[in-house]
Design a protein around this ligand. Structure first.
Ligand SMILES: Cc1cc2nc3c(=O)[nH]c(=O)nc-3n(C[C@H](O)[C@H](O)[C@H](O)COP(=O)(O)OP(=O)(O)OC[C@H]3O[C@@H](n4cnc5c(N)ncnc54)[C@H](O)[C@@H]3O)c2cc1C
Length: 294
C-alpha cells in the first residue's frame, strides 16, 4: 500500500504493484510493491525522506540493463530516476543527471568534440547505473571521466563528492547505499568528426559480436582475473545450453538470452549450470556481474 497522501502528492508518478519486467532489458521479474518516479531532485529528496520515515526500504532503478529482478517482484519501493535526465555542457565538462541515457551522453560528447566518452558507445542504461557499476569496455570506463558526483545520502541530503583514488574499480564503485543524482564528466578536446566515426565503428563492432539491447542483461559474469568469461564458457562447449526460456547466446557466450518465456529462476538455474561446468573444465570460479533484486 502506498503511504497515506502519496497518491495526491506524487499523482501519476507513484504506483503500487508496478510490473518491473518491461523496465529491464532482460524483460524478467515481478512487480515493485511501490514505484516512484520523482520529477526533480527536490521530489527525490522528499520521497527518500518519506520512505525513511515510513521504514520502507528502497532501491534505485536506472535503465534496468544490469538487473535480474526476482519472479515474485520486490518488497518496498523502487525509485526510478528516468525523469532526471538533463545534460549541460560547460567547456570540457558535461554535467549529467543520473537518469540521462548513456548513449545520449556519448552522442552529445562526440558532437561537442569531447573525447574519452567513445569507449562507452553501445552500453545501454543510464548514467547513474553506469557510475554505480563503473560501466566500461576495453576502451575505458566511466569512472575515468568522473570529476565529481552529486550523491544523495540515505537521509536525503545531497553532497558533492570528488572521488578518491580507488573509488572506482572493475565493474564497481564506492557509491554504496547512496544515490547518484548527477555526475560531472570531463572530456579531452578532439575532432567531432573523428569521434562520431569512432562511435559508429564501435556500435557496428558490438552489433556484430553481441545480441541487441532487449532480451538479455549484458555480460552475466565478471571477467575473472586473467580470463575472459565468455571464452571460458565457449571453450567449455556451453553455447546454446538452455534452462527453460533462457539460453547461452550463440553470439557471445557471456550473454544469456531470453526467448520471451524466460524467468528469473531459469536464469539462476543456468547460472549454476554454467558456473559448475566452467569450474570443472577450467578450475575457474565465475562471479555474477548482473545485480540480483529479490
Ligand atoms: C546488450 C548489453 C550490453 C552491455 N554491455 C556492457 C558493457 O560493455 N560494459 C558494461 O560495463 N556494462 C554493459 N552492460 C550492462 C549495463 O548496461 C551496464 O552495467 C549499465 O551501466 C547499467 O546501467 P543501468 O542504468 O541500466 O542500471 P540498472 O540496471 O538500472 O541498475 C544496476 C545497479 O545500479 C544501481 N543504480 C542504478 N542507478 C543508480 C543511481 N542513480 N544511483 C545509485 N545506484 C544506481 C541499481 O540500484 C542496481 O544495483 C550491457 C548490457 C546490455 C543489455
Amino acid at each position: 500500500m502506498l503511504p497515506a497522501g502519496w497518491h495526491r502528492r506524487f499523482e501519476h508518478r507513484a504506483a503500487e504493484e508496478r510490473p518491473l519486467a518491461p523496465l529491464t532489458t532482460f524483460r524478467i521479474g515481478g512487480p515493485a510493491q511501490i514505484f516512484l518516479e520523482p520529477e526533480n531532485v527536490d521530489e527525490l529528496a522528499e520521497a527518500i525522506a518519506n520512505l525513511r520515515r515510513g521504514g520502507i526500504p528502497w532501491r534505485v532503478l536506472g535503465g534496468g540493463s544490469n538487473l535480474l529482478v526476482a519472479d515474485k517482484g520486490v518488497r518496498g519501493a523502487v525509485v526510478s530516476l528516468s525523469r532526471l535526465a538533463a545534460v549541460r555542457r560547460s567547456d570540457r565538462l558535461l554535467e549529467v543527471d543520473a537518469g540521462a541515457r548513456l548513449i545520449e551522453v556519448v552522442r552529445i560528447a562526440a558532437s561537442a568534440g569531447l573525447g574519452g566518452f567513445e569507449g562507452l558507445a553501445g552500453i545501454p542504461g543510464r548514467v547513474g547505473g553506469a557510475v554505480f557499476g563503473n560501466a566500461g569496455s576495453r576502451y575505458g570506463a566511466i569512472g575515468d571521466l568522473v570529476v565529481a558526483l552529486d550523491l544523495m545520502e540515505p537521509d536525503g541530503k545531497l553532497r558533492r563528492v570528488v572521488p578518491h583514488a580507488g573509488f572506482f574499480r572493475y565493474r564497481g564503485s564506492d557509491v554504496g547505499d547512496r544515490i547518484v543524482v548527477r555526475a560531472l564528466l570531463a572530456g579531452s578536446e578532439a575532432d567531432p568528426r573523428l569521434l562520431r566515426a569512432k562511435v559508429r565503428d564501435l556500435l557496428r563492432e558490438r552489433k556484430a559480436s553481441q545480441p541487441g539491447w532487449v532480451g538479455n542483461a549484458g555480460c552475466i559474469f565478471k571477467n575473472p582475473p586473467g580470463h575472459a568469461a565468455g571464452r571460458l564458457i565457449d571453450a567449455a562447449g556451453l553455447k546454446g545450453l538452455r534452462a527453460g526460456g533462457i539460453f547461452v547466446s550463440e553470439r557471445h557466450a557471456n550473454f544469456f538470452e531470453n526467448d520471451g518465456t524466460g524467468t528469473a529462476s531459469d536464469v539462476l538455474r543456468l547460472v549454476d549450470a554454467v558456473r559448475d561446468r566452467v569450474r570443472r573444465a577450467h578450475g575457474v570460479e565465475l562471479e555474477m556481474e548482473v545485480r540480483r533484486w529479490e
